[in-house]
Ligand binder design. Structure first.
Ligand code: SAM
Ligand code: DTB
Ligand code: SF4
Length: 345
């Protein structure tokens, strides 16, 4: 029964964008029970199935490198329980104003020189104002002119704002569902799940690719993790990029003392994301420093094929670029040069 959802053609056989949409739509929805069944497979069977899917859809087996820059840090009015940038929590993050264009372009040039594929600009906003959009569109144009793929994560978007970003050349917009709909309520109260879905549909309608994932290890149950993956996999079409963050517990936030998730359960989550969203770039995101090399290697085996690259995420640390290059080289993993065939819209 589970194989019914994994019979899509490999990327190399994909002819047009429209074909892709039809296939995804025709593949049927995943139920939470089916996804729980995947989670419950014997570990080796799950990883083998994920690796088979990975090899069928990504025969080159390359890893995408995405560099993050916090263009506007801290002072956020939202109450996301994991986030060091929420103004209401007493964390070490100092609020700052939107960065200047030339500083952003310097950072993008450095990312490009270090071998990054994508440059993602993040702002600690509930939603951008129209005058913020104007400034960010200048950044998008500048970054794109350097030959990098562009991504932004600026909070909730109106349809007209999504349109303006698309017209400026934004390739991807990151907006996470973060977790299952029922667990969401215990982590965030200042905006709802439907608000997030609305932003994602505005991004799609504007013709941009969607980067959407979430965080595991916030105290959710396995069933809730399965429900979260089901929501992502059942988006039609599912996101082109799926960042799976491992909670980074930050002092001062409500989740500061959260007991860490069993690392093997994290690997299982990556495998389940790979199987249910076979064409997506599954990104091993926040929390890699804490995972260590062996667990990261297992995540690549389970189908992760993208990482955040560079020593800083938004406000927390990430492995040094050199360390990542050494890990990828040791594992014999190539880095990605182009992903044009994967863009669904
Ligand atoms: N303010 C925008 C928003 O919320 O959409 C954009 C930036 S926000 C920091 C982007 C994502 O980072 C969140 O949705 C969450 O998944 C992730 N994130 C934030 N803090 C994190 C933490 N402590 N550990 C893991 N992921 C985290
Ligand atoms: C995503 O899913 N993870 C990134 C990116 N999208 C913007 C952010 C991770 C942030 C981790 C905590 C911090 O560095 O502030
Ligand atoms: Fe604000 Fe985004 Fe952090 Fe939530 S995750 S508090 S919206 S910066």
């Amino acid at each position: 029964m589970l194989d019914a959802q994994t019979t899509e053609k490999p990327l190399t056989q994909v002819k047009s964008k429209m074909d892709l949409r039809k296939e995804v739509d025709a593949s049927g929805a995943w139920t939470v029970a089916q996804i729980e069944e995947l989670f419950s497979l014997p570990f080796n069977d799950l990883i083998f199935k994920a690796q088979k899917t990975h090899q069928a859809y990504f025969p080159e087996g390359d890893v995408e490198l995405a560099t993050l820059l916090s263009i506007k840090t801290g002072g956020c009015p939202e109450d996301c329980g994991y986030c060091p940038q929420a103004a209401r929590y007493d964390t070490d993050v100092k609020a700052s104003k939107l960065m200047d264009l030339d500083e952003v372009l310097e950072a993008a040039k450095a990312a490009k020189a270090a071998g990054s594929n994508r440059f993602c600009m993040g702002a600690a906003w509930r939603e951008p104002k129209d005058r913020d959009i104007e400034k960010v569109t200048a950044m998008i144009k500048g970054v794109k002119a350097l030959g990098l793929e562009t991504c932004a994560t600026l909070g909730m978007l109106e349809a007209s704002q999504a349109q303006a970003l698309q017209e400026a050349g934004l390739d991807f917009y990151n907006h996470n569902l973060d977790t299952s709909e029922d667990f969401y309520r215990s982590v965030i109260s200042t905006r709802g799940y439907q608000d997030r879905l609305d932003t994602i549909s505005n991004v799609r309608a504007a013709g941009m690719s969607v980067c959407c994932g979430g965080i595991v290890g916030m105290g959710e149950s396995r069933e809730q993790r399965a429900a979260f993956i089901a929501r992502l996999a059942n988006l039609s079409p599912y996101p082109e990029s799926v960042p799976i963050n491992h909670l980074v517990p930050v002092a001062g936030t409500p989740l500061a003392d959260q007991k860490p998730l069993d690392p093997l359960e994290f690997v299982r989550t990556i495998a389940v994301a790979r199987i249910t969203m076979p064409r997506a770039r599954v990104r091993l995101s926040a929390g890699r420093q804490e995972l260590g090399r062996a667990i990261q290697a297992m995540c690549f085996l389970a189908g992760a094929n993208s990482i955040f690259y560079g020593e800083q995420l938004l406000t927390t640390g990430n492995p040094e670029a050199e360390e990542d290059r050494a890990l990828l080289a040791e594992l014999g993993l190539k880095t990605k040069q182009s992903c044009k065939t994967e863009v669904l819209v």
